[in-house]
Design a protein around this ligand. Structure first.
Ligand code: ADP
Ligand code: MG
Length: 697
């Protein structure tokens, strides 16, 4: 039976098929249900009247009462505009129109009382409001005590008079009809526990808030519901996977102990020990592991990965480690080879540039089990690569790989899926990790190896370039190496490439006695690798590069990272770049170069970098500045398609919703108890309709 909320919006009074089609096309609103969930994105406060002298340019919107005391058209051509002097007892401001001048000037009357509403802007000491809403003052609008909802629309819709007000009228029609169709979606105990208002009230006040307090309550209730159902889905997914997929049992730690006692060149940090324990627990549990290992750059994830591989190797099974680039695969291989060989473990590397003869050998070794650890790029998920018994698949720098690639890894062992460990240095704030990776278990290395000197970060203006060059010279004379990084953004890459080449030339001129490498995205992979290797071997002292060096590269002798046009980088990127230095015992530096002119946001980013080395702190600021959609690796997740909650701001609600969902599934895993009937019914109605979870229907 189709529900009331499936009714097409074309049946609303004053809508009809044509307007309905436009609204559907522009906003994906098809049914009553879609419309009711098209929540206002902000509210205009019509409860307060400002006085003209209180108005300043930073106010989002103001409502004023007063009269027009002067009206003139000034300027010519495109600059022509109508300017009205609008006064109250305290002073005056200007109202300005650029369009519809004739029509507006005919309508406006001097000496009549008006109500004006709009966004003020400051030009020097003058304040004006461009294209304000203006109505003759009536007892009704004078005493209007409400928050007016503002809805997203589009230019095409506005052209057909489907503006925010028209949408509001449509919503009101549906809401008046919907009364007996809206069902409660949360159980009474949660409503009581969190002091939520009921669903009906919440929907009403989200669209037509009676007052500020009711609006807050409506928002809280709907955000909680949305996040609760997302968490419930993720947790259920996790549970069902645990039930469904068995994992090989790896409970022999003898090789691990041997390595630990005889070969490990340093003490593990407490955090490394903890995450190894967490992973070990999973791998001997008999269930398939799906775990995300987060750790800031340089926190020592590679050795953790290797130690976990030993658990698998002890039992005669195999482990793979996949890196996003050839350089990284090389580095992992070089790093692990000695360890593996010292323990008599067969290890090999497979990348796009492995020769055919080499490949054949590797394929054979993987099939007969003599190769126990395989390091490589995505070449290792190709169908031709068959393993005798893949027990653990590790993916480094996760965000470069898609979900499909992960699935391919699984299929490498159809008998029993391999355990999967995904490693990332992108510091994902806890709240985001919880939402996006809610179905993975998360381990965090939140401690750096001892003896590391925190990187010193400074912000320098371009005018100080000579001093920066002087500093670089000193560092090179002390035997260290230096990165100089330029931004390269796809669309403007020609200009950026010119910047890079100019910079390169000026560095060549300033450092005639040294060798300089250059690497950028337009180069062939082999050439890039060649230059990179020269730098790794210390044949060059300075590496001039675009962000291609961003991920994972390990040159412990590099002690300075100079970032040009630093204002053009995002925080996450700056932090990744900075992580390329500070990998040895010596003091390292990061120099952020910019012009004097900087936006407020850019300044915040630079200040954050100067202030802290902590990736999680930086990620939190990043999330606040940019919102969650931008953070690498989350775009394809689909779960961030939120109607009302904002995970960068609603952290507390998210946490509460997560806890509530966890408790619920612990107490009533099948949702079969009568008191949870609302939840079961809601989930079933969601499954029936095509809409995603978290929606009403
Ligand atoms: P990332 O987490 O960025 O992948 P790596 O695994 O590359 O970091 O480790 C960075 C460096 O720190 C490597 O040279 C590694 O050998 C070293 N390292 C790792 N763990 C420790 C430790 N507990 N004590 C000292 N050095 C360590
Ligand atoms: Mg790494």
């Amino acid at each position: 039976m189709p529900s009331f909320f499936d009714t097409s919006i074309e049946f609303l009074k004053g809508v009809g098929p044509q307007k309905a089609a436009l609204v559907s096309k522009e906003l994906s609103i098809f049914s009553y249900g879609d419309l009711v969930q098209h929540y206002p994105f902000r509210y205009e406060d019509r409860t307060k009247f400002y006085k003209t002298h209180e108005v300043h340019g930073d106010l989002p919107f103001v409502q004023l009462k007063g009269r027009i005391s002067g009206l003139e058209t000034i300027g010519e051509g495109r600059k022509k505009r109508l300017v009205a002097k609008f006064s109250d007892d305290e002073g005056s401001i200007e109202l300005v129109w650029f369009k519809g001048i004739q029509w507006v000037s005919k309508k406006l009357k001097l000496g009549v009382d008006y109500v004006v509403f709009g966004k003020p802007a400051a030009y020097g000491r003058k304040i004006n409001i461009a294209h304000p809403e203006i109505e003759v003052l009536t007892t009704q609008n004078e005493n209007a005590a409400f928050l007016q909802p503002v809805y997203h629309t589009s230019e095409k819709m506005k052209a057909k008079f489907l503006d925010s007000k028209a949408l509001s009228k449509m919503v009101r029609q549906v809401m008046l009809l919907a009364e007996q169709h809206i069902q409660e979606t949360l159980p009474q105990n949660l409503i009581d526990q969190f002091g939520l208002i009921d669903k009906k009230l919440a929907l009403w006040h989200i669209h037509f808030p009676g007052n500020n307090e009711l609006l807050k309550k409506a928002q809280f209730r709907l955000k909680f519901e949305e996040l609760f159902y997302i968490q419930l889905r993720l947790l259920k997914l996790k549970i069902s996977r645990i039930d469904k997929f068995k994992g090989q049992v790896f409970n022999d730690s003898s090789l691990l102990t041997k390595f630990y006692n005889e070969h490990l060149p340093f003490d593990l940090t407490g955090a490394q020990k903890r995450v190894i324990k967490e992973i070990y627990q999973d791998m001997r549990s008999g269930r398939q592991m799906n775990r995300l290992l987060q750790g800031d750059v340089g926190s020592g994830k590679t050795i953790v990965a290797f130690i976990c591989m030993l658990l698998v190797v002890s039992r005669g099974a195999q482990a793979t480690m996949m890196a996003p680039t050839e350089i990284l695969a090389d580095q992992h291989y070089e790093g692990l080879k000695d360890f593996a060989e010292s323990l008599g473990i067969g290890i090999a590397k497979l990348t796009g540039s492995s020769k055919t003869s080499e490949r054949k050998q590797i394929h054979a070794g993987l099939q007969d089990g003599s190769i126990q650890i395989l390091v490589g790029t995505h070449a290792l998920i190709e169908d031709t690569v068959q393993l005798k018994n893949l027990g653990l698949a590790i993916i480094d720098e996760q965000h470069r790989f898609g979900v499909a690639q992960r699935a391919k890894l699984w299929s490498k062992n159809a008998a029993v899926y391999p355990h999967v460990l995904v490693m990332t240095a992108t510091p994902i704030p806890r709240t985001l990790a919880m939402t996006v990776y809610g179905d993975l278990d998360v381990s965090v290395i939140d401690e750096m190896p001892k003896g590391r000197k925190p990187i010193k970060t400074l912000h320098q203006y371009d005018s100080k370039r000579l001093e920066v060059f002087g500093f670089m010279k000193k560092e090179i004379e002390a035997g260290h190496q230096i990165y100089v990084v330029y931004p390269l953004i796809e669309e403007s890459s020609k200009l950026d490439l010119k910047d890079l080449m100019d910079g390169y030339e000026s560095i060549v001129r300033a450092f005639p006695d040294y060798h300089i490498s250059i690497v950028h995205g337009k180069m062939k992979p082999q050439d890039k690798d060649f230059e990179m290797q020269r730098f790794v071997r210390h044949e060059t002292q300075i590496m001039v590069a675009t962000t291609v060096i961003e991920v994972g590269v390990n040159v412990p002798n590099a002690s300075v990272m100079v970032i040009e046009n630093a204002e053009r980088f995002g925080l996450a990127q700056l932090h990744q770049l900075r992580g390329r230095v500070g990998r040895g015992a010596k003091q390292s530096y990061c120099v952020l170069m910019t012009d004097y002119k900087l936006s407020k946001e850019a300044r915040t980013r630079l200040e954050t970098m100067v202030k802290t080395n902590n990736g999680f702190e930086i990620a939190d600021v990043d999330l606040r500045l940019r919102g969650p959609g931008d953070i690498t690796g989350t775009q394809q997740s689909g779960v961030l398609d939120l109607l009302i909650a904002d995970i960068s701001k609603d952290t507390k609600i998210l946490q509460a919703a997560r806890n509530a969902a966890t408790d619920l599934l612990e107490q009533d895993p099948d949702l079969s108890r009568p008191e949870n009937y609302n939840i079961l019914r809601h989930i079933q109605s969601l499954k029936k309709s095509v809409v995603n979870w978290g929606r009403i229907s």
